[in-house]
Design a protein around this ligand. Structure first.
Ligand SMILES: [Fe+2]
Length: 373
């Protein structure tokens, strides 16, 4: 028997935040984790009795153990039965923990595994970016400052009950967030397509997400970057498709290799992925050009209208219009750190590297970092 596929959360879509708030009757007993701006603009009027916490009150940057511990101190005495996460990857990944019976010390949940996750509250997730896919996965990813790394925790107790899509929320997404989040979704779709755990079911979601994202980019680049809001629904849907794909098949070396960069230099997740993306895929292509990567490259070349031989160059030319690719040196990485990055990938990111299209040796990972430097 080979398990083929599953989607756990119910996926709901609302035209407006007001409809969503009324449907769920937001109020007493609810914990809402969001940004102040989003709350005031879209939810304040319809959720006044809920307990609301703002991400901005707990530091900037990617989600971390420090942030989770600080929030825990503020909510530990609040009685709540439902958790609403309304935000990007940081808010969602952190809020998933609030639905657990016990989630501190965070290191014991993620690293030493002394805490066994047990979901005791209802979890409702509303993405405000078009990238994380976390609304449909059972994964939470945190920077563990205590261990100087980013780690993912995957457990069925982290699945949301509802993933809620509200396209109007993307109207507030600045271009840089639109670019980094949608590129993250593209990486989710491509990495999961190549994963050894991929099935024809997950690949169908991967391919559809890739088609929607790349043809969306083509339209936006042709019509002007400000026209992107016209395609909110397409990008939000594509991001969730990619989430469904990687929730089943996983992501691999691109994510694994981007984590040390993201953790050490606070590079936004999608941007760190983009810095690594084609470096890994070019190596995959060299090592096994005839497997799933051939079909993937053919699909991308058809969408881009280019020859398969220059698919990565053309892909970068398109993505660079939204987010110029940078080399690792320009983030402040020092050449001597590449060994430590490599070691981190080889020793701490096994959850991800198990999903590599072909196995990558320590030397190969190091070489990819050097080429991207
Ligand atoms: Fe990602």
């Amino acid at each position: 028997m080979l398990k083929q596929f599953s989607i756990v959360p119910d996926i709901l879509e609302f035209d407006t935040c007001k409809e969503f708030s009324q449907h769920f009757n937001l109020g007493k007993g609810d914990l809402i984790f969001t940004s102040k701006r989003c709350y005031e603009k879209y939810f304040k009027e319809n959720a006044s009795d809920a307990h609301v916490i703002f991400r901005g009150d707990y530091g900037k940057g990617e989600p971390s153990d420090v942030m989770v511990e600080a929030i825990y101190e503020d909510i530990k005495d609040i009685p709540y039965t439902r958790v609403f996460a309304i935000g990007g990857g940081t808010i969602i990944d952190v809020a998933k923990l609030f639905a657990l019976e016990t989630f501190t010390p965070v290191g014991d949940l993620f690293y030493t595994k002394k805490i066994t996750p047990k979901q005791t509250k209802e979890l409702i997730i509303v993405p405000t970016t078009c990238g994380t896919g976390s609304e449909v996965t059972n994964i939470s990813i945190l920077e563990l400052t205590a261990y100087e790394t980013k780690l993912g925790l995957a457990d069925k107790n982290l699945f949301p009950h509802y993933a809620v899509l509200i396209p109007e929320l993307l109207n507030d997404l600045p271009l840089s967030f639109f670019a980094t989040s949608s590129i993250d979704a593209l990486v989710h779709a491509t990495e999961s397509y190549l994963s050894p755990k991929a099935t024809s079911f997950s690949q169908a979601f991967s391919i559809k997400a890739i088609e929607m994202i790349l043809s969306g980019y083509k339209k936006i680049c042709a019509e002007g970057l400000d026209t992107r809001y016209k395609y909110n629904k397409e990008f939000l849907t594509a991001s969730t498709y990619a989430g469904i794909a990687f929730g089943n098949a996983g992501t691999g070396a691109v994510h694994a290799m981007s984590y040390p960069l993201g953790a050490k230099y606070h590079v936004p997740h999608g941007e760190a992925n983009y810095a690594i993306f084609t470096g890994v895929f070019k190596t995959y292509q060299k090592k096994n050009p005839d497997g799933a990567i051939h079909t993937l490259n053919e699909t991308i070349a058809t969408i881009l209208g280019c020859d398969i031989s220059c698919v990565y160059e053309e892909l970068e030319a398109l993505l660079n219009q939204l987010l110029p690719k940078k080399n690792l040196g320009s983030y402040g990485v020092k050449p001597e750190e590449l060994k430590a990055f490599t070691e981190n990938v080889m020793t701490k990111q096994g959850r991800l590297t198990a999903n590599n299209y072909v196995p990558l040796s320590e030397e190969e990972v190091y070489e990819i970092y050097q080429q991207l430097y």
